[in-house]
Design a protein around this ligand. Structure first.
Ligand SMILES: Cc1ncc(COP(=O)(O)O)c(C=O)c1O
Length: 491
């Protein structure tokens, strides 16, 4: 019987149940370290899986899987009938010198390199599965036509099998690029040659690719403040000097930015529906922005993430439709208009740049699926996409109205909802001295996933507000959810 578990073997080790590192990996890393630093010497017997599991308060299956992994890696040796031992004759002099952090942290065997620090400290929320009601940007999955979509997916899997089951075209299925070009002409007033469309695995990959192809370290990027967090952080990680620019009632404040941060390399903007304030950029501001870009050799990233959803009048054409000089990288996504798990988006790139994007995409992850691309193209060509958008618009309008009415009725003393004619979320202004992050956390505990407005800002100048997504919340549930908001924040 091995009796040294708590006394020596496990000294200083405890399973961290709050860590994002799985428990089996924590144990694996710890044992590997004991072997490498000589604490557990060659031929030493390990406790049985039952003993170790009971000492650590984990399941026996977990410990078994740790032992199996370390056996597969050559650290341990299982001898039938006698137990598990550190492999005999391990030559630890040639083992890599691994520096282990002295402090306990969530990732015990990784020293975080400098370039990863901004990635790990980004405020962009990491999704771990299910989202709770009112999470901004989540489409209404409760009425998505799953059966119809499955038919298209099945057909695309069977059709042109060799091509669709392979990597596909790195810049995207040709038929899909034609379908998107047609859609952009009808819906966004853009004349696009399909060869200038690069399919991506969503808008976020588009931002990463654009940053790689376009930015040098130290380049200035104007960024709407408040603005889309994950896009902003990508530019920052690439070494850009991200310059926050306030929003006025016509959109990004060009005058302020031109004075404070002249001659940027890139302007990142959401003209159709400013994320998150909801302002639509005026025509005058669009023309001024394009003129400024032309005169200062600046490029524009137009993030057109939810332009399909307008509840009054027709949408203004895209900023890109006014761009005769081709300075705009237009970015679209199907995450909002269809569903996020498709992982499909696209960039309309200025002429001559497709090859650079093909190369960048090859190295930065092949990403989108040729089968899904084919299915999406057929879905669009058969008019199903437009049909779905029309239905979605009707339902979202109703959800928006119900949310607005309920907030106005039940939360009037501490929330002022802001009317909106577009998009998938609504701003709910809180009383001037309240803390929107505290409100967000209080609601999260009660199963409501709003986002605080302040998290979208590099500088904290906006009054406190919550961003409430209405698109994903079924209209019948909204009244009850708003009562919960009232009970939580109205005390
Ligand atoms: C403003 C905005 N742009 C882009 C995206 C990226 O979406 P995806 O990468 O899923 O296409 C999001 C996602 O929430 C968003 O809110």
């Amino acid at each position: 019987m091995v009796k040294y578990i708590r006394g020596a073997l496990l000294q200083g080790f405890e399973v961290d149940r709050d860590s994002s590192v799985p428990i089996y990996r924590q144990i694996e890393t710890f044992l590997r370290r004991l072997i490498l630093d000589g604490t557990l010497q060659s031929s030493r017997k390990l406790p049985s899986t039952r003993e170790l599991a009971s000492e650590l308060g984990v399941s026996r299956i977990t410990v078994k899987s740790v032992y199996e992994q370390l056996i597969a890696e050559g650290y341990l040796d299982a001898r039938t009938g006698s137990g598990t031992f550190v492999t005999k004759g391990l030559n630890l002099e040639t083992a890599p010198k691994i520096e282990f952090p002295t402090k306990r942290c969530n990732t015990p065997d990784i020293i975080i390199p400098d370039q990863a620090v901004p990635i790990l400290s980004s405020k962009a929320s990491v999704r771990h599965g299910e989202t709770a009601p009112f999470r901004p940007g989540v489409p209404g999955l409760d009425f998505f036509p799953v059966k119809i979509w499955m038919k298209y997916l099945l057909e695309a899997t069977q059709k042109g099998t060799r091509q669709n089951l392979s990597y596909g075209n790195i810049v995207g299925n040709e038929a899909l690029r034609v379908s998107i070009a047609n859609h952009l002409m009808e819906a966004r007033g853009m004349q696009v040659d399909p060869s200038e469309i690069v399919i991506t695995s969503g808008a976020q990959q588009a931002f990463v690719l654009i940053a790689f192809v376009l930015l040098n370290r130290g380049d200035t990027v104007w960024y709407e403040n408040p603005g889309h967090i994950a896009g902003r952080d990508v530019m920052q990680i690439m070494g850009a000097n991200v310059a926050p620019v306030p929003i006025d009632d016509e959109g990004i404040d060009l005058h302020f930015a031109a004075q404070k941060h002249p001659k940027p390399k890139v302007i990142f903007t959401t003209p159709s529906h400013q994320q998150p304030l909801g302002i639509t950029m005026s025509l005058a501001r669009r023309l001024d922005l394009l003129k400024y870009a032309r005169e200062n050799n600046t490029y524009i990233i137009e993030d057109d993430y939810d332009s399909e959803f307008r509840y009054r009048g027709r949408p203004l054409p895209a900023l890109s439709a006014l761009d005769s000089e081709r300075r705009v990288f237009y970015v679209g996504t199907f995450s909002k208009s269809m569903f996020a798990a498709m992982r499909l988006g696209y960039i309309v790139v200025p002429p001559g740049l497709s090859e650079a994007f093909a190369q960048a995409k090859t190295l930065l992850g092949q990403s989108s699926s040729a089968v899904v691309e084919q299915a999406m193209s057929d879905f669009m060509d058969d008019g199903r996409f437009n049909e779905h958008i029309r239905k979605t618009r009707r339902i979202y309008r109703e959800r928006r109205d119900v949310l607005f009415e309920c907030l106005s009725k039940d939360c009037a003393s501490f929330i002022t909802p802001q009317p909106t004619d577009a998009g998938m979320h609504m701003l709910a202004w809180l009383s001037p001295n309240s803390d929107d992050r505290a409100a967000h956390h209080a609601l999260l505990k009660r199963g409501i996933e709003s986002l605080p407005l302040s998290v979208y800002s590099l500088t904290f100048s906006d009054p406190p507000a919550l961003v409430l997504g209405f698109s994903g919340a079924n209209e019948n549930r909204i009244p009850g959810l708003v009562r919960r908001i009232s009970q939580t924040l109205g005390k």
